[in-house]
Design a protein around this ligand. Sequence first.
Ligand code: NAD
Length: 509
Amino acid sequence: MSESLSQSLPIELQPPLKKGELNVNHWIGDTWVKGDGPVFQVHSPYNGSLIGAGAAASSALVEQALTVAEKAFEHWRWVPIKERSAVLFQFRQLLLRDIDGLSNLICSESGKIFSEARAEILKGIEVTEFALSLQNSDQTQKLEVSRGVSCEFRREPLGVVAAITPFNFPAMVPMWMIPIALVAGNCLVWKPSEKVPLTALKIAELLKQAGLPSGVFTVLHGAKDLVEALCLNKRIQAIGFVGSSAIADKVYQMGAATHKRVLALGGAKNHLIVMPDAEPQMTAQGIVDSFTGCAGQRCMAASVLLAVGEQGNSAIESTLTLATEKASKMRLGFDMGALISSQSLFKIRGALERALASGSGSLRLDGRETPVPQGCEAGFWLGPTILDQVVAGSEAACDELFGPVLSIIRVPSLSEALTIQKSNPYGNAASVFTQSAAIADRVMKEAHAGMIGVNIGVPVPREPFSFGGIGLSRFGHGDITGMQGLEFWTQLKKVTSKWVMQSDQNWMS
Ligand code: NAD
């Protein structure tokens, strides 16, 4: 890095941990329990300082937690949905009360900027509000199907279920699952990412303050071994997982082997298709917001830009010039956050160097030179980076780099753009920038993605429209939020009953 930014950061970072201190404990039945497994550490992406440490949960602790959760389920399942919702409503209020403190915590451990941390809590609140709306909707659909005989649906909770989450949204991704699973009557065991466990402690505290009964919500910390223990444990009825595709696939297979219901969302490589008729200012802003938001560490981030038009097309060139200018003005620590770890930084820089060395891309904007905030020189920083003339099929065009790197591939036609987009095995998001409804319609129909954007760079559906991709971005069936979330976390029963004793039977019952 060439220089530092001297302004002080607009967030309050967590203070460094005292030597030997373990501040990450497990939440089991309203009690903080010390772990008995291997110790893990949490380093702030801002400056690399040690801000958290804990001992992972051993399999004995998992069994202890599941016993507590199973006991709680015997009570929680009978609590009417309106009473369960009252607790979650209080939780929503507490999140709003503590939103600034929680945002600072999220920034400290994930490297985000304040506005991004705040926005992810607000999205978690939106899912909570969706879960709260379920108390006002009748899911039963009762109908008289024969004389005196009626059929109805019932939705029953599954029991003790688990959520396993990634580092990049310490609050939002867990809150895709927590409110819906709890309102539906389940007891949830959450294993947050070992890279961002501090937010989980605060969420457990707020749920307790909201009045959630003991054992309904559990937090267990750990990494690979704990994930395997949860996925293979027959006392857990369902697993909601979000993370990279390789681990999502593994979780899906382990869950299926033990006859669980599993929805495992995986990684992504999202494409933006930019047409020559796209509105330049809006498109340039959409491109930059998409590939730099959360420092490119989100499963909805743009990673590949398919620039459609003959080489040198002036409309495309001016949109790309605008986008490059906007990205070059971003200040690290102020407009864009840090990468999660030195390993991630190393991996992305390696991919960049390979692209340049092999001639499969040329630098349009070099984020390796972007100034870092003063005092944060030991953090994991990379500025917005744009590779142009990227070769389709190369590493930068195909692999999920998970950083603020945009690979521009030049294509002569929309058909060529769609061929490249559809050949990618992921399928989270794809967007088109155009002023033509016919082009937008073609992309909606043909693109291989679960979430499509039209003149939107990050097409995250707002509730009640559900969130989920296809292909290697999703293992299992259905989406994770909205009504599909309710379907995932409940058992659908079909009840046929006859209470009119004297009526004739006129069907097989
Ligand atoms: P990750 O796959 O490394 O970790 C996710 C979870 O799996 C964590 O809780 C982690 O402890 C656990 N885990 C890690 N390695 C494991 C192993 N070998 N065996 C068992 N469990 C293991 O993902 P991450 O780096 O924390 O998060 C980034 C990834 O998540 C990206 O690929 C991103 O696209 C994806 N993501 C997807 C979505 C989506 O909705 N599709 C949302 C957010 C993030």
